[in-house]
Write a protein that binds this ligand. Structure first.
Ligand code: ZN
Ligand code: ZN
Length: 154
């Protein structure tokens, strides 16, 4: 998957430092490593996958699950990550400062396929305008079963 005009580390850092300050929390080395790993990531991940990445690619095997969960929720509050729940399997996170896109989510394996369709985007704006509604944000999800899981079913 290619990089989609990701907003860089500096803006993410600025937002992160602000939300930490608002919550009387310190900007620690561990939190910085978590932020770096997320800004560099280009896919959707569950907290356990992030933990593995921090250990394998960032040489930080000691960052605990609790720290990761707490940091993710702060990052989400700051808009630096967004999350999508996928049924009973929990939540997947992704870097939130990249270009807008929508998701297809496989209920079997949890795979997320990203897509963007100008016509859908424009129709949403038109429909909102008809209702005098100002869109601040939207998240569209198509739920179903992916190609690979459909093939396994046979
Ligand atoms: Zn699947
Ligand atoms: Zn996505």
């Amino acid at each position: 998957m290619q990089n989609k005009n990701q907003t860089g580390f500096d803006e993410a850092l600025e937002r992160f430092v602000k939300i930490l300050k608002d919550n009387d929390l310190k900007y620690t080395f561990q939190r910085e490593v978590i932020l770096r790993a997320i800004v560099a990531s280009d896919s959707h991940f569950i907290p356990e996958e992030l933990k593995l990445k921090l250990s394998k690619e960032y040489g930080c095997p000691h960052i605990g699950t609790a720290t990761i969960y707490r940091t993710l929720s702060l990052l989400e509050e700051a808009g630096i990550v967004t999350s999508v729940s996928f049924g009973a399997n929990g939540k997947k996170y992704e870097y939130g400062l990249k270009a807008h896109h929508d998701h297809m989510i496989c209920d079997r394996c949890g795979k997320m396929i990203e897509f963007i369709d100008e016509e859908i985007e424009n129709r949403q704006k038109e429909i909102a305008a008809l209702h005098g509604f100002k869109i601040v944000n939207h998240a569209m999800q198509l739920r179903g079963i992916c190609k690979e899981c459909l093939q396994e079913q046979r």
